[in-house]
Design a protein around this ligand. Structure first.
Ligand code: BG6
Length: 507
Protein backbone atom coordinates (compact mmCIF):
# COMPACT_ATOMS: atom_id res chain seq x y z
CA UNK A 1 0.00 0.00 0.00
CA UNK A 2 1.62 3.29 -1.05
CA UNK A 3 1.47 6.51 0.91
CA UNK A 4 0.01 9.75 -0.41
CA UNK A 5 2.59 12.00 -2.06
CA UNK A 6 2.54 14.47 0.84
CA UNK A 7 4.29 11.90 3.05
CA UNK A 8 7.87 10.96 2.30
CA UNK A 9 8.95 7.58 1.10
CA UNK A 10 11.20 6.42 3.91
CA UNK A 11 10.30 5.48 7.47
CA UNK A 12 10.52 8.22 10.07
CA UNK A 13 13.53 8.09 12.43
CA UNK A 14 13.38 5.81 15.45
CA UNK A 15 11.55 7.40 18.36
CA UNK A 16 9.15 7.04 21.26
CA UNK A 17 5.79 8.75 20.84
CA UNK A 18 4.13 9.92 24.06
CA UNK A 19 0.45 10.81 23.72
CA UNK A 20 -1.14 12.87 26.48
CA UNK A 21 -4.90 12.30 26.26
CA UNK A 22 -4.67 8.68 25.09
CA UNK A 23 -8.24 7.84 26.11
CA UNK A 24 -9.71 10.97 24.51
CA UNK A 25 -11.83 11.45 21.46
CA UNK A 26 -9.10 12.90 19.24
CA UNK A 27 -6.81 9.95 19.88
CA UNK A 28 -9.53 7.45 19.06
CA UNK A 29 -10.96 9.25 16.05
CA UNK A 30 -7.87 10.64 14.35
CA UNK A 31 -4.48 9.82 15.86
CA UNK A 32 -4.85 6.06 16.01
CA UNK A 33 -6.27 5.78 12.47
CA UNK A 34 -3.40 8.03 11.27
CA UNK A 35 -0.78 5.87 13.00
CA UNK A 36 -2.41 2.77 11.55
CA UNK A 37 -2.23 4.27 8.05
CA UNK A 38 1.43 5.23 8.57
CA UNK A 39 2.06 1.68 9.66
CA UNK A 40 0.36 0.29 6.52
CA UNK A 41 2.44 2.61 4.37
CA UNK A 42 5.60 1.48 6.22
CA UNK A 43 6.42 5.00 7.32
CA UNK A 44 6.47 4.45 11.07
CA UNK A 45 9.94 4.30 12.58
CA UNK A 46 11.53 0.86 12.39
CA UNK A 47 12.18 0.99 16.12
CA UNK A 48 9.13 2.58 17.63
CA UNK A 49 7.31 2.69 20.96
CA UNK A 50 4.32 4.53 22.33
CA UNK A 51 3.36 5.62 25.82
CA UNK A 52 -0.17 6.82 26.38
CA UNK A 53 -0.85 9.09 29.34
CA UNK A 54 -4.38 9.41 30.70
CA UNK A 55 -6.29 9.99 33.89
CA UNK A 56 -8.30 6.79 34.14
CA UNK A 57 -6.98 3.76 35.94
CA UNK A 58 -7.56 1.29 33.07
CA UNK A 59 -5.10 -1.51 32.37
CA UNK A 60 -3.03 -1.41 29.21
CA UNK A 61 -4.89 -4.47 27.91
CA UNK A 62 -8.25 -2.78 28.34
CA UNK A 63 -6.92 0.32 26.61
CA UNK A 64 -5.57 -1.72 23.69
CA UNK A 65 -8.89 -3.60 23.39
CA UNK A 66 -10.75 -0.32 23.46
CA UNK A 67 -8.66 1.23 20.73
CA UNK A 68 -8.87 -1.92 18.64
CA UNK A 69 -12.65 -1.98 19.00
CA UNK A 70 -12.90 1.61 17.82
CA UNK A 71 -10.63 0.93 14.84
CA UNK A 72 -12.62 -2.11 13.80
CA UNK A 73 -15.79 -0.03 14.03
CA UNK A 74 -14.31 2.70 11.82
CA UNK A 75 -13.12 0.25 9.23
CA UNK A 76 -16.49 -1.49 9.15
CA UNK A 77 -18.30 1.79 8.58
CA UNK A 78 -15.52 3.04 6.25
CA UNK A 79 -15.10 6.13 8.35
CA UNK A 80 -12.32 8.56 9.25
CA UNK A 81 -9.88 8.12 6.43
CA UNK A 82 -9.43 4.37 6.59
CA UNK A 83 -9.31 2.01 3.64
CA UNK A 84 -12.34 -0.20 3.29
CA UNK A 85 -10.37 -3.27 2.29
CA UNK A 86 -10.45 -5.02 5.65
CA UNK A 87 -8.46 -4.71 8.80
CA UNK A 88 -4.70 -5.07 8.42
CA UNK A 89 -3.96 -6.83 11.71
CA UNK A 90 -0.21 -6.77 11.18
CA UNK A 91 -0.10 -3.01 10.60
CA UNK A 92 -2.32 -2.38 13.61
CA UNK A 93 -0.26 -4.66 15.83
CA UNK A 94 2.82 -2.51 15.07
CA UNK A 95 0.91 0.39 16.57
CA UNK A 96 -1.12 -1.02 19.42
CA UNK A 97 1.38 -3.74 20.31
CA UNK A 98 3.92 -1.01 21.06
CA UNK A 99 1.63 0.91 23.37
CA UNK A 100 2.25 1.22 27.10
CA UNK A 101 -0.05 3.10 29.44
CA UNK A 102 0.69 5.52 32.23
CA UNK A 103 -2.19 6.66 34.44
CA UNK A 104 -1.46 10.00 36.02
CA UNK A 105 -2.56 13.52 36.77
CA UNK A 106 -0.82 15.94 34.38
CA UNK A 107 -0.64 18.61 37.06
CA UNK A 108 1.31 16.31 39.40
CA UNK A 109 5.14 16.34 39.07
CA UNK A 110 5.18 12.64 40.06
CA UNK A 111 3.55 11.82 36.71
CA UNK A 112 6.54 13.21 34.84
CA UNK A 113 9.06 11.43 37.05
CA UNK A 114 7.24 8.21 36.32
CA UNK A 115 7.11 9.10 32.62
CA UNK A 116 10.87 9.65 32.52
CA UNK A 117 11.33 6.10 33.84
CA UNK A 118 8.87 4.70 31.30
CA UNK A 119 10.60 6.46 28.40
CA UNK A 120 13.97 5.06 29.51
CA UNK A 121 12.40 1.59 29.76
CA UNK A 122 10.83 1.83 26.30
CA UNK A 123 14.16 2.88 24.85
CA UNK A 124 15.66 -0.20 26.41
CA UNK A 125 12.89 -2.62 25.41
CA UNK A 126 12.26 -1.44 21.86
CA UNK A 127 15.68 0.05 21.07
CA UNK A 128 14.06 3.30 19.97
CA UNK A 129 17.07 5.53 20.65
CA UNK A 130 16.65 8.80 22.50
CA UNK A 131 14.29 10.72 20.23
CA UNK A 132 10.92 11.51 21.81
CA UNK A 133 7.84 13.11 20.27
CA UNK A 134 5.23 14.34 22.77
CA UNK A 135 1.70 14.75 21.41
CA UNK A 136 -0.48 17.00 23.58
CA UNK A 137 -4.04 15.91 22.74
CA UNK A 138 -5.38 17.56 25.89
CA UNK A 139 -7.72 20.45 26.70
CA UNK A 140 -6.15 23.85 26.12
CA UNK A 141 -5.82 24.63 29.82
CA UNK A 142 -3.44 21.68 30.29
CA UNK A 143 -0.95 22.65 27.59
CA UNK A 144 1.07 25.03 29.76
CA UNK A 145 1.17 22.64 32.74
CA UNK A 146 2.19 19.64 30.58
CA UNK A 147 5.03 21.52 28.88
CA UNK A 148 6.14 22.78 32.28
CA UNK A 149 5.96 19.31 33.78
CA UNK A 150 8.06 17.92 30.93
CA UNK A 151 10.60 20.69 31.39
CA UNK A 152 10.90 20.21 35.12
CA UNK A 153 11.41 16.49 34.70
CA UNK A 154 14.21 17.32 32.20
CA UNK A 155 12.40 15.55 29.40
CA UNK A 156 12.73 18.36 26.87
CA UNK A 157 16.50 18.77 26.68
CA UNK A 158 18.00 17.94 23.28
CA UNK A 159 21.50 16.66 22.68
CA UNK A 160 23.31 15.68 19.54
CA UNK A 161 21.46 12.76 17.99
CA UNK A 162 18.48 13.02 20.31
CA UNK A 163 15.60 15.34 19.57
CA UNK A 164 12.63 16.20 21.76
CA UNK A 165 9.60 17.67 20.02
CA UNK A 166 6.12 18.65 21.15
CA UNK A 167 2.96 18.67 19.04
CA UNK A 168 0.30 21.02 20.39
CA UNK A 169 -3.34 20.78 19.36
CA UNK A 170 -5.58 23.75 18.73
CA UNK A 171 -7.12 25.87 20.17
CA UNK A 172 -3.94 27.74 20.96
CA UNK A 173 -5.21 30.33 23.46
CA UNK A 174 -8.64 31.94 23.39
CA UNK A 175 -7.57 35.48 22.44
CA UNK A 176 -4.44 37.45 21.69
CA UNK A 177 -3.35 37.87 25.30
CA UNK A 178 -3.78 34.22 26.24
CA UNK A 179 -2.02 33.06 23.05
CA UNK A 180 0.90 35.36 23.83
CA UNK A 181 1.02 34.14 27.42
CA UNK A 182 0.98 30.51 26.29
CA UNK A 183 3.73 31.16 23.76
CA UNK A 184 5.77 32.85 26.50
CA UNK A 185 5.26 29.91 28.87
CA UNK A 186 6.15 27.18 26.43
CA UNK A 187 9.05 29.12 24.92
CA UNK A 188 10.52 29.35 28.41
CA UNK A 189 10.87 25.55 28.27
CA UNK A 190 11.20 24.71 24.57
CA UNK A 191 12.87 26.37 21.61
CA UNK A 192 10.67 27.30 18.66
CA UNK A 193 12.09 24.48 16.53
CA UNK A 194 10.85 21.94 19.10
CA UNK A 195 7.25 23.18 18.92
CA UNK A 196 4.78 21.87 16.33
CA UNK A 197 1.47 23.77 16.67
CA UNK A 198 -1.18 21.89 14.74
CA UNK A 199 -3.77 23.24 12.39
CA UNK A 200 -5.13 20.07 10.89
CA UNK A 201 -6.33 21.90 7.75
CA UNK A 202 -2.67 21.97 6.74
CA UNK A 203 -2.71 18.18 6.68
CA UNK A 204 -5.28 18.20 3.89
CA UNK A 205 -3.87 17.53 0.42
CA UNK A 206 -6.15 20.12 -1.17
CA UNK A 207 -4.97 22.81 1.23
CA UNK A 208 -1.33 21.98 0.51
CA UNK A 209 -2.21 22.10 -3.17
CA UNK A 210 -3.10 25.80 -3.00
CA UNK A 211 0.59 26.68 -2.98
CA UNK A 212 1.42 24.10 -5.64
CA UNK A 213 -1.33 25.49 -7.83
CA UNK A 214 -0.30 29.12 -7.35
CA UNK A 215 3.44 28.78 -7.54
CA UNK A 216 3.83 25.71 -9.73
CA UNK A 217 1.98 27.19 -12.71
CA UNK A 218 2.98 30.22 -14.75
CA UNK A 219 -0.58 30.72 -15.94
CA UNK A 220 -2.39 31.99 -12.88
CA UNK A 221 0.10 34.05 -10.91
CA UNK A 222 0.07 37.03 -13.31
CA UNK A 223 -3.72 37.24 -12.78
CA UNK A 224 -3.47 36.94 -9.00
CA UNK A 225 -3.84 40.57 -7.99
CA UNK A 226 -6.11 43.61 -7.81
CA UNK A 227 -5.85 44.21 -11.58
CA UNK A 228 -7.68 41.02 -12.49
CA UNK A 229 -9.44 39.86 -9.31
CA UNK A 230 -12.69 41.45 -8.19
CA UNK A 231 -13.01 39.67 -4.85
CA UNK A 232 -12.46 36.33 -3.09
CA UNK A 233 -14.95 34.21 -1.14
CA UNK A 234 -13.76 31.61 1.36
CA UNK A 235 -16.42 29.28 2.69
CA UNK A 236 -16.18 26.55 5.31
CA UNK A 237 -19.76 25.35 5.70
CA UNK A 238 -20.51 22.31 7.86
CA UNK A 239 -23.71 20.33 8.16
CA UNK A 240 -22.82 19.00 11.61
CA UNK A 241 -24.13 20.84 14.66
CA UNK A 242 -22.22 20.90 17.94
CA UNK A 243 -23.00 17.25 18.71
CA UNK A 244 -21.50 16.15 22.01
CA UNK A 245 -19.02 19.05 22.10
CA UNK A 246 -21.50 21.52 23.62
CA UNK A 247 -19.41 22.52 26.62
CA UNK A 248 -16.26 23.13 24.57
CA UNK A 249 -18.12 24.83 21.76
CA UNK A 250 -20.31 27.05 23.90
CA UNK A 251 -17.19 28.47 25.55
CA UNK A 252 -15.51 28.91 22.16
CA UNK A 253 -17.87 29.82 19.30
CA UNK A 254 -17.39 29.78 15.55
CA UNK A 255 -15.02 32.75 15.44
CA UNK A 256 -12.44 31.29 17.82
CA UNK A 257 -12.97 27.69 16.68
CA UNK A 258 -12.49 28.27 12.97
CA UNK A 259 -11.31 31.72 11.92
CA UNK A 260 -7.84 32.60 13.27
CA UNK A 261 -6.78 29.05 12.44
CA UNK A 262 -8.49 27.12 9.62
CA UNK A 263 -9.99 30.01 7.64
CA UNK A 264 -6.85 32.07 7.98
CA UNK A 265 -4.79 29.16 6.64
CA UNK A 266 -6.94 29.16 3.51
CA UNK A 267 -6.82 32.95 3.36
CA UNK A 268 -3.05 33.31 3.84
CA UNK A 269 -2.24 30.62 1.30
CA UNK A 270 -4.44 32.41 -1.21
CA UNK A 271 -3.19 35.91 -0.46
CA UNK A 272 0.50 35.48 0.51
CA UNK A 273 3.37 36.65 -1.65
CA UNK A 274 5.56 33.95 -3.23
CA UNK A 275 8.07 32.64 -0.69
CA UNK A 276 11.75 32.50 -1.63
CA UNK A 277 11.70 28.72 -1.06
CA UNK A 278 9.45 26.08 0.46
CA UNK A 279 11.51 25.96 3.63
CA UNK A 280 9.31 26.17 6.73
CA UNK A 281 10.37 29.67 7.73
CA UNK A 282 10.25 31.13 4.23
CA UNK A 283 6.60 30.04 3.87
CA UNK A 284 5.65 31.06 7.40
CA UNK A 285 7.24 34.51 7.00
CA UNK A 286 5.01 35.23 4.00
CA UNK A 287 1.87 34.04 5.77
CA UNK A 288 2.62 36.22 8.77
CA UNK A 289 3.31 39.18 6.48
CA UNK A 290 -0.09 39.01 4.80
CA UNK A 291 -1.91 38.70 8.12
CA UNK A 292 -0.12 41.76 9.39
CA UNK A 293 -1.51 43.68 6.38
CA UNK A 294 -5.13 42.76 7.14
CA UNK A 295 -7.63 45.16 8.55
CA UNK A 296 -11.12 44.42 9.70
CA UNK A 297 -13.71 46.92 10.83
CA UNK A 298 -15.81 45.13 13.49
CA UNK A 299 -19.09 46.96 13.00
CA UNK A 300 -19.19 47.26 9.24
CA UNK A 301 -17.52 44.02 8.28
CA UNK A 302 -18.68 41.17 10.47
CA UNK A 303 -21.81 39.16 11.14
CA UNK A 304 -22.40 36.50 13.77
CA UNK A 305 -25.36 34.22 14.20
CA UNK A 306 -26.69 31.18 16.01
CA UNK A 307 -28.67 28.35 14.45
CA UNK A 308 -32.29 27.81 15.35
CA UNK A 309 -34.28 24.61 14.79
CA UNK A 310 -34.41 23.34 11.24
CA UNK A 311 -33.76 20.39 8.95
CA UNK A 312 -30.34 19.31 7.72
CA UNK A 313 -30.26 16.49 5.14
CA UNK A 314 -33.78 15.48 6.14
CA UNK A 315 -32.92 15.27 9.85
CA UNK A 316 -34.48 17.58 12.41
CA UNK A 317 -31.95 19.75 14.24
CA UNK A 318 -32.91 21.50 17.46
CA UNK A 319 -32.13 25.07 18.46
CA UNK A 320 -28.47 25.58 19.26
CA UNK A 321 -29.55 26.73 22.73
CA UNK A 322 -31.27 23.38 23.33
CA UNK A 323 -28.19 21.33 22.42
CA UNK A 324 -26.50 19.18 25.05
CA UNK A 325 -24.26 21.21 27.43
CA UNK A 326 -25.16 24.56 25.86
CA UNK A 327 -26.48 27.27 28.17
CA UNK A 328 -30.16 28.10 27.46
CA UNK A 329 -29.45 31.81 26.91
CA UNK A 330 -26.12 31.26 25.20
CA UNK A 331 -24.59 34.20 23.35
CA UNK A 332 -22.17 32.00 21.42
CA UNK A 333 -22.18 32.22 17.62
CA UNK A 334 -22.29 29.13 15.40
CA UNK A 335 -21.85 31.17 12.21
CA UNK A 336 -19.61 34.04 11.30
CA UNK A 337 -19.06 36.06 8.14
CA UNK A 338 -16.32 38.64 7.68
CA UNK A 339 -15.06 41.08 5.13
CA UNK A 340 -11.28 41.48 5.23
CA UNK A 341 -9.23 44.06 3.39
CA UNK A 342 -5.52 43.61 2.81
CA UNK A 343 -3.39 46.73 2.85
CA UNK A 344 -0.72 45.88 0.34
CA UNK A 345 -0.10 46.58 -3.33
CA UNK A 346 -1.29 43.21 -4.57
CA UNK A 347 -4.67 43.34 -2.87
CA UNK A 348 -5.56 47.01 -2.30
CA UNK A 349 -9.33 47.37 -2.86
CA UNK A 350 -10.02 43.60 -3.21
CA UNK A 351 -12.33 42.31 -0.46
CA UNK A 352 -11.90 38.81 0.94
CA UNK A 353 -15.23 37.54 2.28
CA UNK A 354 -15.00 34.67 4.76
CA UNK A 355 -17.87 32.63 6.20
CA UNK A 356 -18.15 29.53 8.30
CA UNK A 357 -21.00 27.90 10.16
CA UNK A 358 -22.42 24.75 11.69
CA UNK A 359 -25.75 23.08 10.79
CA UNK A 360 -25.75 24.60 7.33
CA UNK A 361 -27.45 23.30 4.21
CA UNK A 362 -24.39 21.60 2.76
CA UNK A 363 -20.84 20.62 3.63
CA UNK A 364 -18.67 22.79 1.45
CA UNK A 365 -15.14 24.13 1.88
CA UNK A 366 -13.98 26.24 -1.02
CA UNK A 367 -11.95 29.23 -2.08
CA UNK A 368 -13.70 31.04 -4.91
CA UNK A 369 -11.90 33.73 -6.85
CA UNK A 370 -14.06 36.05 -8.86
CA UNK A 371 -12.29 37.74 -11.76
CA UNK A 372 -13.21 41.15 -13.08
CA UNK A 373 -15.63 41.39 -15.96
CA UNK A 374 -14.40 41.95 -19.49
CA UNK A 375 -13.89 45.71 -19.93
CA UNK A 376 -16.61 45.93 -22.57
CA UNK A 377 -19.54 43.65 -23.45
CA UNK A 378 -19.10 43.53 -27.25
CA UNK A 379 -22.46 42.04 -27.97
CA UNK A 380 -24.48 45.05 -29.05
CA UNK A 381 -27.70 44.15 -30.82
CA UNK A 382 -27.76 40.64 -29.36
CA UNK A 383 -29.64 39.11 -26.44
CA UNK A 384 -26.47 39.21 -24.31
CA UNK A 385 -26.83 41.75 -21.53
CA UNK A 386 -23.82 40.90 -19.44
CA UNK A 387 -20.79 38.67 -19.67
CA UNK A 388 -20.68 35.45 -17.67
CA UNK A 389 -18.59 35.95 -14.53
CA UNK A 390 -15.28 34.10 -14.40
CA UNK A 391 -14.82 32.09 -11.23
CA UNK A 392 -11.87 29.97 -10.27
CA UNK A 393 -12.91 27.64 -7.48
CA UNK A 394 -10.50 25.62 -5.38
CA UNK A 395 -12.76 22.97 -3.87
CA UNK A 396 -11.13 21.81 -0.66
CA UNK A 397 -13.80 19.31 0.46
CA UNK A 398 -15.86 17.33 -0.42
CA UNK A 399 -15.45 16.53 -4.18
CA UNK A 400 -11.87 17.82 -4.07
CA UNK A 401 -10.87 19.61 -7.24
CA UNK A 402 -10.51 22.86 -9.12
CA UNK A 403 -12.92 24.41 -11.56
CA UNK A 404 -12.87 27.41 -13.84
CA UNK A 405 -16.12 28.97 -14.98
CA UNK A 406 -16.33 31.04 -18.13
CA UNK A 407 -18.87 32.03 -20.74
CA UNK A 408 -19.35 30.17 -24.01
CA UNK A 409 -21.72 30.70 -26.89
CA UNK A 410 -24.83 28.60 -26.59
CA UNK A 411 -25.18 26.83 -29.97
CA UNK A 412 -27.90 28.23 -32.20
CA UNK A 413 -28.64 31.13 -34.52
CA UNK A 414 -28.87 33.72 -31.73
CA UNK A 415 -25.85 35.00 -29.80
CA UNK A 416 -26.36 33.84 -26.25
CA UNK A 417 -23.79 33.16 -23.55
CA UNK A 418 -23.97 30.25 -21.13
CA UNK A 419 -21.79 29.51 -18.10
CA UNK A 420 -19.56 26.46 -18.60
CA UNK A 421 -16.91 24.86 -16.40
CA UNK A 422 -13.52 23.30 -16.90
CA UNK A 423 -13.29 20.85 -14.06
CA UNK A 424 -10.43 18.95 -12.50
CA UNK A 425 -11.36 16.33 -9.92
CA UNK A 426 -8.59 14.78 -7.84
CA UNK A 427 -10.16 11.37 -8.00
CA UNK A 428 -9.99 11.33 -11.80
CA UNK A 429 -6.22 11.81 -11.80
CA UNK A 430 -4.72 10.65 -8.55
CA UNK A 431 -5.33 7.55 -6.55
CA UNK A 432 -4.57 8.83 -3.12
CA UNK A 433 -5.32 6.32 -0.37
CA UNK A 434 -7.89 7.47 2.18
CA UNK A 435 -6.28 9.33 5.05
CA UNK A 436 -7.22 11.44 8.06
CA UNK A 437 -4.84 14.32 7.25
CA UNK A 438 -2.95 13.64 10.50
CA UNK A 439 -0.58 11.16 8.85
CA UNK A 440 1.44 13.89 7.14
CA UNK A 441 1.49 15.99 10.29
CA UNK A 442 2.72 13.21 12.59
CA UNK A 443 5.23 12.04 10.00
CA UNK A 444 6.54 15.59 9.38
CA UNK A 445 6.95 16.21 13.12
CA UNK A 446 8.98 12.99 13.37
CA UNK A 447 11.06 14.19 10.41
CA UNK A 448 11.47 17.66 11.96
CA UNK A 449 9.76 19.44 9.06
CA UNK A 450 7.73 22.36 10.47
CA UNK A 451 6.38 23.75 7.17
CA UNK A 452 2.84 22.57 7.91
CA UNK A 453 2.83 23.84 11.48
CA UNK A 454 2.17 27.23 12.96
CA UNK A 455 4.91 29.41 14.35
CA UNK A 456 4.37 31.59 17.46
CA UNK A 457 4.13 34.79 15.43
CA UNK A 458 1.61 33.44 12.91
CA UNK A 459 -0.67 32.27 15.73
CA UNK A 460 -0.47 35.69 17.34
CA UNK A 461 -1.00 37.45 14.00
CA UNK A 462 -4.25 35.48 13.53
CA UNK A 463 -5.53 36.44 16.96
CA UNK A 464 -4.48 40.06 16.39
CA UNK A 465 -6.81 40.28 13.37
CA UNK A 466 -9.87 38.96 15.20
CA UNK A 467 -9.17 40.66 18.53
CA UNK A 468 -11.19 43.84 17.70
CA UNK A 469 -14.17 41.61 16.95
CA UNK A 470 -13.84 39.62 20.15
CA UNK A 471 -13.82 42.91 22.00
CA UNK A 472 -16.74 44.38 20.04
CA UNK A 473 -18.90 41.28 20.46
CA UNK A 474 -18.16 40.56 24.08
CA UNK A 475 -21.30 40.96 26.18
CA UNK A 476 -23.29 42.63 23.37
CA UNK A 477 -26.50 40.79 22.63
CA UNK A 478 -27.45 43.11 19.78
CA UNK A 479 -24.59 41.75 17.66
CA UNK A 480 -26.17 38.28 17.44
CA UNK A 481 -28.63 37.18 14.81
CA UNK A 482 -30.03 33.74 13.86
CA UNK A 483 -30.38 31.38 10.91
CA UNK A 484 -32.44 28.22 10.59
CA UNK A 485 -30.43 24.98 10.64
CA UNK A 486 -30.22 23.68 7.09
CA UNK A 487 -29.96 27.15 5.51
CA UNK A 488 -27.03 29.02 3.96
CA UNK A 489 -26.71 31.35 6.95
CA UNK A 490 -28.40 34.56 8.12
CA UNK A 491 -29.78 37.30 5.90
CA UNK A 492 -27.27 39.71 7.47
CA UNK A 493 -24.44 37.74 5.84
CA UNK A 494 -26.10 38.27 2.47
CA UNK A 495 -26.47 41.96 3.28
CA UNK A 496 -22.74 42.16 4.01
CA UNK A 497 -22.02 41.38 0.35
CA UNK A 498 -25.10 43.10 -1.05
CA UNK A 499 -23.81 46.39 0.37
CA UNK A 500 -20.83 45.97 -1.98
CA UNK A 501 -23.08 44.93 -4.90
CA UNK A 502 -22.02 41.28 -4.61
CA UNK A 503 -23.57 37.97 -3.52
CA UNK A 504 -22.33 34.74 -1.96
CA UNK A 505 -22.03 31.77 -4.24
CA UNK A 506 -24.84 29.32 -3.49
CA UNK A 507 -23.73 26.42 -1.26
C1 BG6 B 1 -12.07 21.58 14.20
C2 BG6 B 1 -13.17 22.35 14.84
O1 BG6 B 1 -10.82 22.18 14.44
O2 BG6 B 1 -12.29 21.52 12.78
C3 BG6 B 1 -14.51 21.72 14.54
O3 BG6 B 1 -12.96 22.40 16.25
C4 BG6 B 1 -14.70 21.57 13.05
O4 BG6 B 1 -15.58 22.47 15.10
C5 BG6 B 1 -13.50 20.87 12.42
O5 BG6 B 1 -15.87 20.79 12.83
C6 BG6 B 1 -13.59 20.87 10.90
O6 BG6 B 1 -12.59 20.06 10.38
P1 BG6 B 1 -12.85 19.10 9.13
O7 BG6 B 1 -11.54 18.45 8.87
O8 BG6 B 1 -13.93 18.14 9.56
O9 BG6 B 1 -13.29 19.99 8.03
Amino acid sequence: MTAPSSCGSKPAPDCTLVIFGITGDLTHRLLMPALYNLSRWELLPERFAMIGVGRSGVSVDTLRDDLTGTMRGFIAERGTGLAAEGFDEGAWEKVVGRLEYLAGDVTDPATYRELAGRIAASQETYGTGRNVLFYLAVAARFIGPVVNGLGEARLTGQEAGAWRRVIIEKPFGHDLESAKALNRDILAVLSEDQIFRIDHFLGKETVQNILAFRFGNGLFEPLWNRDRIDHVQITVAETVGVGKRGSFYDATGALRDMVPNHLFQLFTMTAMEPPTSFEADAVRDKKEEVLSAVHLLPDAAAVRAQYTAGIVHGQAVRNYRDELDVTPNSQTETFVALRLMVDNWRWAGVPFYLRTGKAMAKRDTEIAIRFKQAPLALFRGTGVEACIPNWLVLQIQPDEGISLQFGAKVPGPEVRLGAVNMDFLYKDYFQSPPSTGYETLIYDAMMGDATLFQRADSIEAGWRVVQPLLRAWSGRRDTMTTYPAGSAGPKEADDLLARDGRAWRPL
